[in-house]
Design a protein around this ligand. Structure first.
Ligand SMILES: *[C@@H]1O[C@H](CO)[C@@H](O)[C@H](O)[C@H]1NC(C)=O
Ligand SMILES: *[C@@H]1O[C@H](CO)[C@@H](O)[C@H](O)[C@H]1NC(C)=O
Ligand SMILES: *[C@@H]1O[C@H](CO)[C@@H](O)[C@H](O)[C@H]1NC(C)=O
Ligand SMILES: *[C@@H]1O[C@H](CO)[C@@H](O)[C@H](O)[C@H]1NC(C)=O
Ligand SMILES: *[C@@H]1O[C@H](CO)[C@@H](O)[C@H](O)[C@H]1NC(C)=O
Ligand SMILES: *[C@@H]1O[C@H](CO)[C@@H](O)[C@H](O)[C@H]1NC(C)=O
Length: 462
């Protein structure tokens, strides 16, 4: 898969490095690519662009597409060069891996453009399954119109949908005339011609992509619901099949605004909230998946698995979840004696004591060899350690180097002991606690066990 992605990229790079001119014989392609450039630099200016090229397009046309100036200047361009439904799954996956995270590809501002010769509903199904485009432009490079493909079921959820194809009716005056078509799914009348393509008449995004769902014309939707999601969606009382809750208020407001009515389901056939049973969707999502119902208004987290098979709406609610832990016990008193210094300071003190002792011993053995009794390691240790525990030196040493040594050693000891006692007083006057959890990292690193309470299925927990 990575090698395919790399070859795809290489193709892109190579192509953009070559100077290419369209075969002059094919004026229709020239005109179609010109329209593509006008769309990208006109109504879709500044939008990220994803091009999906039908694998059946000849290589010269594919290259000509990449040579379109406006396409090359698009702020963000993603290519899928191998739109092929026979092995659609794989190549789409490659395209996604080569380009951008899948969820980002459904970003609401991105324009997806499909270029093909003959409309193939299977391709649109693969496109919907893998990209869930919000804005889709179908550019028909062939000489047939094929506008009926706009009614394909897989396009019913695309918000902005337009097909630009050969305008047969005008073929006599201008053999290369192209028309702009769309479908308003809830209006009678089927495929609508918005007009022949002219740069001026489709200058803005709204003009090229009119709202496809201005009103649902009194349509009755059947909603898959389970009325156990207090306070969002619950039953009025145990015997009633009427829904109550925030969700119902939202749906009621929308139904007035968009002119639709709806029916609810008290509970799904399988009592599963939003998961799979034996490998197939069950519960509320199962009803939607099996097309028994149109959509669901229960609330779900969008997981990758759900995103693959369903088209989630925008979020309208976020839930804050707080975590409570019992406060930790203060440190035991016995550790207070060690805590004035960090481990590093303790290590430094012990090391410097050891260094001072060994250098003292070495000096005694070399410098103090004038017939005096050799001091033992213990007596040297006692002499140096006195300074650390705040004791005076009983008698001044006789050798001058010993005096110099003490003159350096004792001020060091003074600093250490003062710091230690000062910190100790601070620690003893207020109890100290272990560090509490502050971040998710802390929580993950802690030894708390993970458990989950079934809040969703059990209203009595609220
Ligand atoms: C589409 O994919 C199939 C299977 O991999 C392959 O046989 C066919 O040639 C491809 N079609 C095109 C136009 O590339
Ligand atoms: C809703 O749509 C129906 C069917 O088109 C229409 O008869 C009705 O007047 C519309 N209602 C409103 C409030 O617009
Ligand atoms: C439940 O609500 C219905 C009306 O929707 C009402 O007729 C019925 O008496 C209510 N039952 C109870 C137990 O309150
Ligand atoms: C799932 O499979 C098991 C075993 O094959 C079966 O007993 C069970 O009824 C199935 N459940 C559903 C909801 O189909
Ligand atoms: C809604 O669902 C019903 C089946 O319950 C189906 O017949 C109908 O076509 C669906 N409507 C839309 C707009 O998808
Ligand atoms: C819901 O929670 C209550 C209290 O914890 C418990 O008694 C009851 O059995 C639970 N019901 C279900 C369906 O789990």
């Amino acid at each position: 898969m990575p090698s395919a992605a790399i070859s795809c990229l290489l193709k892109l790079i190579l192509v953009s490095g070559t100077v290419y001119t369209v075969a002059s014989g094919n004026q229709l392609h020239d005109r179609q690519l010109q329209v593509l450039g006008e769309v990208v630099s006109g109504p879709a200016r500044g939008r990220p662009l994803t091009l999906h090229l039908d694998a059946a397009l000849p290589a010269d046309v594919q290259q000509a597409v990449l040579e379109v100036e406006a396409v090359r200047r698009a702020p963000r361009l993603t290519m899928s060069l191998s739109l092929n439904h026979s092995h659609g799954q794989l190549s789409w996956h490659e395209a996604a891996a080569a380009s951008l995270p899948r969820v980002a590809s459904s970003s609401s501002s991105m324009l997806h453009v499909v270029l093909w010769f003959t409309p193939q509903p299977e391709l649109l199904q693969a496109l919907w399954h893998h990209c869930k485009p919000r804005n889709l432009l179908l550019l028909n490079m062939g000489s047939t119109l094929g506008a009926e493909v706009l009614r394909a079921e897989s396009l019913s959820g695309v918000e902005k949908l337009v097909l630009i194809g050969h305008l047969l009716a005008e073929a006599e005056q201008d053999p290369d005339a192209l028309g702009v078509y769309t479908v308003l799914p809830f209006s009678p009348g089927g495929v609508q011609l918005l007009g022949p393509w002219r740069r001026e008449s489709f200058g803005s995004w709204e003009a090229l992509f009119p709202d496809r769902f201005p009103s649902f014309e009194g349509y009755t939707f059947h909603l898959a619901s389970w009325m156990i999601d207090y306070p969002y969606l619950y039953r009025k009382n145990k015997t009633s099949s009427q829904g109550r809750g925030i969700t119902i208020k939202v749906v009621d407001s929308l139904s007035v605004l968009l002119n639709f009515s709806y029916t609810l389901t008290v509970e799904p056939p399988e009592l599963v909230y939003a998961g799979k049973v034996n490998g197939s969707w069950a519960g509320t999502l199962g009803m939607v998946y099996r097309k028994e119902k149109n959509f669901t208004v229960n609330m779900f987290y969008v997981t990758l698995e759900r995103w693959k098979d369903f088209d989630p709406s925008a979020y309208w609610s976020f839930i804050d979840i707080d975590v409570f832990l019992s406060a930790p016990q203060p440190f035991p008193m016995s550790t207070n004696l060690l805590r004035p210094f960090t481990f590093g300071v303790w290590a430094t003190v012990v090391t410097s004591l050891a260094v001072a002792m060994s250098s003292c011993l070495v000096l005694e053995k070399t410098g103090g060899a004038r017939g005096l009794a050799r001091p033992s390691a213990t007596s040297v240790w006692l002499q140096l350690h006195r300074g650390l525990v705040g004791q005076s030196v009983p008698a001044l040493p006789r050798a001058p180097w010993q005096r110099v040594f003490l003159a350096v050693w004792l001020p060091c000891c003074l600093v250490i002991t003062t710091a230690y006692t000062g910190n100790l007083v601070g620690i003893l006057s207020s109890p100290a606690y272990p560090r509490r959890l502050h971040t998710l990292r802390d929580l993950a690193d802690s030894d708390f066990r993970y458990g989950c309470n079934d809040l969703i299925l059990n209203k009595t927990h609220y």
